[in-house]
Design a protein around this ligand. Structure first.
Ligand SMILES: Cc1cc2nc3c(=O)[nH]c(=O)nc-3n(C[C@H](O)[C@H](O)[C@H](O)COP(=O)(O)OP(=O)(O)OC[C@H]3O[C@@H](n4cnc5c(N)ncnc54)[C@H](O)[C@@H]3O)c2cc1C
Length: 384
């Protein structure tokens, strides 16, 4: 990198999605942080494509605990003039007759997490979502969870961006990381916007996290990017959908939620394998979701207003990866946020901050059964 001026930071974070921005903003209270983003704006990939919802119907105990520990903060009144991060919006988990046992197990999980929730049958379900078909081949019962939240993911990204800047940090967009090497106890990072150096490098590159690890000479952990498709369609003018809950089938099927006053969003909950890329929807997944919605409801999808896809990136055990690489000093993993990167972001960034600064995790995590070892990268990669 001879001849070109190198920018020095205490911490370099690769990736300006929710992961990199939420952790970067916290670290900026204690250190000089620079976030490097390949695209021309933050949140271009997974973080700009989510359906922005928080609920307890996905993941297992650890993900649900992270969710429970995050949503209180997300739902809190915002300080000063900021936009609110989340508003209460119920989730309705619908089940056929053969799924009632699974529905009861889900009710128990919600109960264990202190959710205000209720089991509903036939007519009561239809009164909430009149378009749902009720009957032996369709919905028999449902769990209504009042603790779920509709998130404002733009407000979340902008809020962390603003915190980072106010604490002296920077986000450099159009700075694609192209090469990484370790020199004299520092990481030297070559980007399309020039060279950077720091002793601590945070890998928050989402679907590209393994690629970044390889560049740095660290072993990849097996990040698995899976495509998820969403369609938006207009609803008939005589159907008031704005107050419908987030509707999700148990197991394979679909989810459906209102977007403004006259549109619905829907996804077939697809999980197609993908390389890290600028994901686009595939015709087959669009056809699948239209078919499933028309089979399960009285809705007719005459025209799809728009559709998109994004990558949800999972570690092999589907838990987030937070901690120092055992095989590369000063290389910190913050990846594998799967399909819950927003709803777990507050707790994950708090754990990430403590571990990256070699501090103990706050006691409240241990009290909820969350230890750093659950997230440590050495569960996949051993020290050399
Ligand atoms: C359709 C869909 C619906 C979803 N719905 C929800 C939901 O309702 N609730 C929820 O909590 N979660 C949801 N998720 C999951 C959530 O969006 C993700 O968990 C989260 O956005 C992951 O954030 P991230 O910062 O790790 O990844 P990303 O947002 O992908 O950020 C990674 C960043 O790293 C950058 N990068 C990569 N390589 C380089 C490089 N070489 N140099 C510099 N920068 C680089 C990328 O450009 C990117 O901006 C959904 C996801 C999808 C796709």
């Amino acid at each position: 990198m001879g001849g070109v001026e190198i920018t020095t930071a205490d911490v370099l974070v690769i990736g300006a999605g929710i992961a990199g921005l939420s952790l970067g903003a916290r670290l900026a209270s204690e250190a000089n942080v620079v976030v490097l983003e390949a695209e021309s704006a933050p949140g271009y990939h997974a973080s700009g494509r989510s359906v922005a919802f928080a609920h307890f119907g996905l993941g297992e105990r650890i993900v649900r605990t992270l969710t429970a520990m995050s949503i209180e903060e997300l739902a809190a009144d915002p300080p000063d003039d900021r936009a609110r991060y989340a508003r209460p919006h119920p989730a309705l988990h619908i089940a056929r007759t053969d799924q009632l046992e699974a529905l009861d197990a889900l009710r128990q999980v919600h109960h264990d997490f202190g959710c205000d929730c209720e089991l509903l049958l036939g007519d009561a379900v239809q009164s909430l979502v009149p378009a749902l078909k009720i009957g032996s081949d369709h919905v028999h019962g449902a769990l209504l969870d009042h603790r779920a939240l509709k998130l404002d993911t733009d407000a979340m990204l902008q809020g962390h961006f603003r915190d980072l800047r106010e604490r002296g940090g920077e986000v450099i967009c159009s700075a694609r990381v192209q090469a990484i090497r370790r020199l004299g106890g520092h990481w030297q990072v070559e980007t399309s916007a020039g060279p950077y150096t720091s002793p601590l490098l945070v890998n928050a590159a989402g679907a590209w996290a393994d690629e970044i690890a390889r560049m740095a000479g660290a072993k990849p952990i097996g990040i698995d990017p899976r495509r998820r498709t969403v369609i938006a369609f207009e609803t008939p003018s005589d159907l008031a959908t704005a107050n419908w809950p987030f509707v999700k089938t148990l197991g394979e099927g679909f989810y459906l939620l209102p977007e403004g006053s006259s549109q619905l969003l829907a996804s077939p909950q697809d999980e197609g394998k993908s390389e890290p890329c600028d994901a686009a929807p595939e015709e087959i997944d669009i056809a699948k979701i239209a078919h499933r919605i028309e089979a399960a409801t009285e809705l007719k999808i005459a025209r799809i207003a728009h559709s998109w896809a994004g990558l949800r990136s999972f570690a092999p055990d589907e838990l987030p990866v937070v901690g120092f690489a055992p095989d590369a000093p000063g290389f910190f993993w913050f990846a594998g946020q799967g399909g819950y990167g927003f709803q777990t972001s507050s707790a994950l960034a708090e754990i990430g901050e403590a571990l990256a600064l070699h501090q103990n995790c706050p006691q409240r995590f241990a009290e909820r059964g969350l230890s750093p070892a659950l997230f440590a990268p050495d569960r996949f990669v051993s020290a050399i």
